[in-house]
Design a binder for this molecule. Structure first.
Ligand code: PBG
Length: 305
């Protein structure tokens, strides 16, 4: 009766990795329980997610071919576009969100167009807009830009509206830190930068007030839901943002946070299930309305029992 915070499967968004081919279901070695899956297999997974009471998935694509400008990102027959259509066809009640970024599609692994060894902000906006429109046309319910280019929320909003897709909301990765916690994800999405790092466009983990500025800009540009990422080492940021703004707040319990728990659990050093629920509760307690987490199915199974 006096418990202040509760978590439930409908707080969760499950990230999924879609790859090319057929019948593919390849476990990500640093993320046990998570897979790169071809469209046919991802539909099965999506069905399971939905049947556990988790309302949404976030799709990442691993294309067959990568190039300098990440053209696979806005290919209307690309891996993500095909997965959206298949999931909406077979699991229509599941809310499908897509990650909008270039790094999974570029040969150099950066989140934008490169010129003279540097990521170019403005030319990247055009590609991100094309990608978001392509996802929405395939049937995505919401787009989530994760690139951290300046001005991309506005560019994507205008592009969607121009195409008559004004009902598609945007969840922006608003305060996204340049974090080592993304390590296992880069194996999962095969998106490790081939040179340099992402510190010219992602935030310095030492900065707290800057997060409020990033969030304010994204809301002004038209973001409907804002996201803090990673979650666990950034609970103060989640709390600050929740206090300062009246929009839904999402937090991304990222790959490294998942892998740490899975690895220590495997070694028998921690009680994996209790730690998982405690972490998810702490993220909600800090102020997150939505939690993107690879634990979504594991946690839902326990919460439903
Ligand atoms: C793409 C993107 C990344 C993650 C989500 N979208 C990787 C990165 O920015 O390097 C990380 C998710 C995770 O670690 O679980 N830009």
């Amino acid at each position: 009766m006096v418990r202040e915070t509760s978590i439930s499967p409908d707080d969760f968004i499950h990230p999924l990795f879609v790859t090319f081919g057929k019948g593919v279901r390849k476990e990500i070695s640093s993320m046990p329980g998570c897979f790169q899956e071809s469209v046919d297999r991802i539909v099965k997974n999506a069905k399971e997610v939905y049947s556990l009471g988790v309302p949404a998935v976030l799709l990442f694509g691993i294309p067959e071919h990568k190039d300098e400008i990440g053209s696979g990102a806005y290919d209307d027959h690309g891996v993500v576009q095909n997965a959206i259509k298949a999931i909406k066809d077979k699991v229509p009640g599941l809310f499908v969100i897509t990650d909008v970024c270039m790094c999974e599609y570029t040969s150099h692994g950066h989140c934008g167009v490169i010129k003279d060894g540097e990521v170019q902000n403005d030319p990247t906006l055009e590609l991100l807009s094309k990608e978001a429109v392509s996802h929405a046309k395939a049937g995505a319910d919401m787009v989530a830009p994760s690139d951290m280019m300046d001005g991309r929320v506005k560019a994507i909003r205008l592009a969607l509206d121009e195409e008559g897709l004004d009902g598609i909301p945007i969840m922006s990765y608003a305060a996204k830190y340049a974090s080592a916690f993304y390590g296992p994800f880069r194996e999962a999405a095969e998106s490790t930068p081939q040179f340099g790092d992402r510190r010219s466009y992602q935030m310095d983990p030492a900065n707290r007030r800057e997060a409020l500025k990033e969030v304010a800009l994204d809301i002004e540009e038209g973001a409907d839901i804002i996201m803090i990422k990673p979650a666990l080492a950034y609970l103060d940021i989640i709390s600050d943002v929740k206090d300062a703004f009246d929009v839904p707040v999402a937090a991304y319990n990222v790959s490294g946070e998942y892998s740490l728990v899975k690895a220590a659990g495997k070694l028998g050093w921690i009680d994996e299930k209790r730690i998982m629920l405690e972490i998810l509760t702490s993220i909600k307690r800090a102020g997150a309305d939505l939690i993107l987490t690879y634990f979504a199915k594991d946690a839902a199974k326990i919460l439903n029992a």
